[in-house]
Design a binder for this molecule. Structure first.
Ligand SMILES: [Zn+2]
Length: 357
């Protein structure tokens, strides 16, 4: 199949990008500098009491008005739409501060109003803080909904560094899952099923290099945290440029989505995709499979997952339904012999035997 050139499509990039210690207190200044004098903020649960004081003080110093604020616990698209269109017309930007729900709520509200969204994640457990889509409930079911990449990303390392290891390992798993996702994308393109974008692919590969090459193997080292944040950001931009989640999501994400559907207690997104990516990379004979194995071993990802392994019968069931999660979506799991090969690997691979029990 031939695809036309994509022209005249607007590609957004984050214009405000701040990573460092004590950044929450500086948000007021950043807003002032961009002439965003009135804002709405959506807090994750418990975030306002933890970070409100620093945030409010910074805003007060620069006379920024908060005309709406609320804590997010429900992400029904209907509710977000009502809230968004009831905001004052003077609101110049929307801020989301917290985990996935608060960020997605704020991201979608800003997308509806076509005003800037500033993402302030309380953890980097997945690439959602800078991706061009959000996960909302539509008619009661969880759905990925298109939106736009944030105008601004503010990462306060004081917060990220205090996150329990599970959040960091989850971020690492989501990040490295590009190894299998990029392979799936290229193959889908070569078979004529998908449009490919060399630049987005290059960015995504570079985002992996940042972690493969420059990281310290200590997940708590500030240098590692910075690299992780950088990598996740690059991958968000790659998705924006490609106009699809393909640069960051493939077979491994299908398995994780399937697990979310059927598992009694699904594990954190990045842990599931990290394990699935290791398996899928082997199915693919992926040239980076060994690199992935080395890094995951070095930084302790496998040991961490092995402490609370995935359930084997659920994982196998997820493998069975994964290819049908998305229509017309080629991945290595579309190959007829992949399922049997995957079962063999789960039974025999020394590492997988500890992760999927
Ligand atoms: Zn992901």
């Amino acid at each position: 199949m031939k695809y036309p050139f994509m022209t005249n499509r607007q590609i957004n990039i984050p214009y405000l990008l701040k990573i460092g210690n004590g950044k929450i207190a500086k948000i007021g200044k950043y807003l002032f500098d961009k002439d965003m004098t009135e804002i709405a903020i959506f807090w994750g649960e418990g975030m306002q009491s933890l970070f409100g004081e620093k945030f409010y003080t910074g805003l007060k110093e620069h006379n920024i008005i908060i005309s709406h604020e609320q804590t997010v616990n429900d992400i029904a698209i209907e509710q977000i739409t009502t809230t968004a269109f009831s905001l004052s017309a003077n609101v110049k930007a929307i801020i989301g501060l917290g985990g996935g729900k608060a960020l997605d709520y704020a991201k979608y509200a800003a997308y509806l109003l076509r005003i800037p969204y500033i993402s302030v994640p309380s953890s980097t457990s997945n690439d959602g803080f800078c991706s061009p889509s959000c996960s909302l409930t539509v008619n009661g079911a969880r759905k990925t909904v298109k939106s736009s990449i944030p105008y601004g990303v503010v990462i306060d390392l004081d917060i990220i560094e205090k996150c329990p290891p599970i959040f960091i390992y989850s971020g690492v798993g989501d990040m490295f899952s590009k190894v299998s996702a990029l392979w799936d994308w290229k193959q889908a393109f070569l078979k004529g099923y998908e449009r490919y974008n060399d630049f987005a692919s290059m960015l995504s590969y570079n985002s992996l290099d940042i972690l493969f090459l420059r990281h310290s193997s200590n997940i708590y080292a500030p240098q590692f945290q910075r690299s992780l944040v950088n990598s996740l950001l690059y991958s968000g931009i790659a998705m924006e440029i490609a106009g699809t989640s393909r640069p960051a999501s493939g077979s491994e994400h299908l398995i994780s989505h399937a697990l979310d559907k059927i598992a009694k207690r699904p594990q954190m997104h990045g842990l599931q995709v990290g394990v699935a990516s290791y398996l899928c990379a082997m199915l693919q004979n992926n040239p980076f499979a060994n690199g992935l194995k080395e890094v995951f071993t070095q930084i302790g990802f496998f040991d961490f997952v092995a402490k609370n392994p995935l359930n084997k019968s659920e994982f196998i069931e997820a493998l069975r339904i994964a290819p049908s999660i998305k229509n017309n979506y080629y991945t290595i799991l579309s190959e007829p012999d992949s399922f049997e090969k995957a079962i063999k690997l789960i039974e025999n691979d020394e590492i997988l035997k500890k992760l999927i029990i």
